[in-house]
Design a protein around this ligand. Structure first.
Ligand SMILES: Cc1cc2nc3c(=O)[nH]c(=O)nc-3n(C[C@H](O)[C@H](O)[C@H](O)COP(=O)(O)OP(=O)(O)OC[C@H]3O[C@@H](n4cnc5c(N)ncnc54)[C@H](O)[C@@H]3O)c2cc1C
Length: 482
């Protein structure tokens, strides 16, 4: 890899690299101190949003930090197409989208959330998705929410999603709660889009109790923000550029021996590293598959709660069309049986506005994941054709003089060291299980990452960042109270 490629993989960041001091709740934005006296080293495993942020906070306190990232790029599940290479995304150079395309996280909820505040501090122009009209699919008809307003089943579905928090003590799946509520199955697709798919699974897979408890915890203004012109990856890289040089890329950690001080970390190539405290931020798919061997083994409190979560498959496809046939002002098309979410990502951002971003999570994603990408795209076009009278196949952009459709796909369950989209709770899980997942071990082993978020934002960038703040505080307390 040449220097330019290395920088591209690591990420360029925003032009001019605007930096902010670290924030943790006890500090004012202008005061990252006071310094914490600590002669040891803290190792952070994983350079996604949570790993970068927790490293950034600790570094700003004067603590020596080193980061290990298994892959060749930073950001984890924040990945913008602009920073990727054509060998991985063969149609990249044919894409004509005049705005950044996201392969992972694309929206941020809460202008007063951690990431929302970063957007504001950087003066980034954002669009408010909550203001967009959405289409909902019922009986294979894609119509505006206002058109469905008189449909009692649609109203019942919306009410169920809005009142999700009332199912906090329910130990079943979301679908079981829906069925028990007597809601007509003709709106199951809408409900799957509004509840399960949004959180990384289907309604048949996700436990309603934990999601209900989390819904009650969230504290932000609920604005759904999308960046008008900046890739999210660039924002992450700029915000955490202070720790970029501390990352050892292409260094998967395969074992952590924390039975003595110093802790010994072993990488896949056999090289060993020492640290005095370790923060693990890897997706739970990696912990569940024992990709990292812990000595001693993780305590039962953690493994017991780990068994109550799964990492759902997650399939993102971005498809370009010659013409917008779904409506120039439409934001989302929600509720089709096979494809729960189409997001018209050009709205307010593009002079063409003819691109759909598809997000399919959980068992529905497994169907597309099992197909060749070309075939999966044909299946998605067929789904749209039913809703829009054959227009998807008619208007899909193709490479000139060929029948090659122009799209990019990110199949997250196949991405090494990530292995899925979001950690979702199984029936019977509670928000206490997230607390158990995040519990420090012996004041030397700590956990961050979206799955360990206890602020109700698990499965999001803000959840990952909130977990980093919580974890940094735990590490600091372990030092100052020692
Ligand atoms: C398709 C999709 C759409 C999404 N949409 C949104 C959205 O719109 N809004 C939103 O807020 N969130 C969204 N999310 C979720 C969001 O992207 C994640 O919650 C967040 O980025 C997770 O950050 P993290 O730091 O917890 O984990 P990650 O970003 O997964 O970072 C963990 C890092 O650990 C590394 N790693 C793994 N194993 C090892 C090892 N053994 N050694 C060293 N490193 C290792 C991985 O390579 C990775 O870089 C979406 C996710 C997906 C997949």
């Amino acid at each position: 890899m040449n220097r330019r490629e290395v920088i591209e993989r690591l990420g360029w960041g925003l032009t001019g690299s605007m930096l902010m001091p670290s924030l943790i709740s006890s500090c004012s934005p202008k005061d990252p101190g006071p310094e914490v006296a600590y002669s040891g080293t803290v190792a952070v495993i994983g350079a996604g949003a949570s790993g970068l942020y927790v490293a950034d906070i600790l570094r700003s306190k004067g603590i020596k930090v080193t980061i290990f990232e298994a892959r060749d790029q930073l950001g984890g599940r924040v990945r913008s197409l602009r920073n990727q290479s054509v060998d991985q995304y063969p149609r990249l150079q044919d894409m004509s989208s005049d705005f950044p395309v996201e392969l992972g996280a694309q929206t941020i909820v809460g202008s007063d959330s951690i990431m929302g505040k970063v957007y504001t501090a950087y003066g980034l122009v954002t669009l408010d998705n909550t203001a967009l009209p959405n289409n909902y699919v019922i009986d294979n008809l894609s119509k505006l929410e206002t058109d469905w307003a008189g449909d009692a089943d649609f109203v019942a579905a919306k009410n169920f999603a809005t009142n999700l928090r009332s199912f906090a003590s329910n130990t079943g799946t979301v679908q079981q709660a829906i069925t028990a509520s007597g809601i007509n199955p003709r709106v199951n697709g809408v409900l799957n889009a509004l509840v399960g798919n949004k959180r990384g699974a289907t309604n048949e897979q996700g436990g309603v109790g934990a999601w209900a408890q989390e819904a009650a915890l969230i504290q932000n203004d609920g604005k759904v923000m999308v960046l008008k012109a900046n890739p999210m990856h660039d924002v992450l890289i700029s915000r955490f550029s202070n720790v970029q040089s501390l990352v050892n890329i292409n260094t998967p950690i395969v074992s952590i021996n924390y039975s003595a001080d110093p802790i010994v970390l072993t990488a896949k190539d056999g090289s060993t590293y020492q640290a005095n405290k370790v923060i693990v931020t890897v997706p739970i798919s990696q912990l569940k598959s024992n990709a990292i061997a812990f000595t001693p083994g993780l305590p039962g409190g953690i493994t017991g709660s780990l068994a109550k979560f799964e990492m759902g498959a997650s399939y993102r496809a971005v498809i370009e069309f010659k013409k917008n046939f779904w409506g120039d002002t439409i934001g989302y098309i929600l509720g089709s049986g096979d494809v729960p979410e189409y997001f018209s990502i050009g709205v307010g951002r593009s002079q063409f506005n003819a691109t759909l971003s598809v997000t399919v999570n959980g068992s529905k994603a497994a169907k597309y994941s099992a197909m060749k990408n070309d075939d999966a795209i044909l299946a998605i076009l067929a789904d749209l054709d039913v809703l829009y009278a054959g227009q998807a196949t008619k208007y899909v952009r193709q490479v000139l003089n060929t029948t090659t459709n122009i799209y990019v796909v990110e199949d997250w369950s196949k991405i090494a060291y990530i292995g899925g989209g979001y950690a979702y709770p199984l029936p019977g899980a509670t928000s206490t299980d997230r607390k158990n997942l995040s519990a420090p071990v012996n004041n030397v082993l700590f956990f961050a990452g979206e799955a360990t978020d206890v602020s109700g934002q698990a499965g999001t960038v803000n959840g990952a960042l909130a977990s980093a703040e919580r974890c940094a505080q735990e590490v600091i307390t372990s030092i100052t109270k020692a």
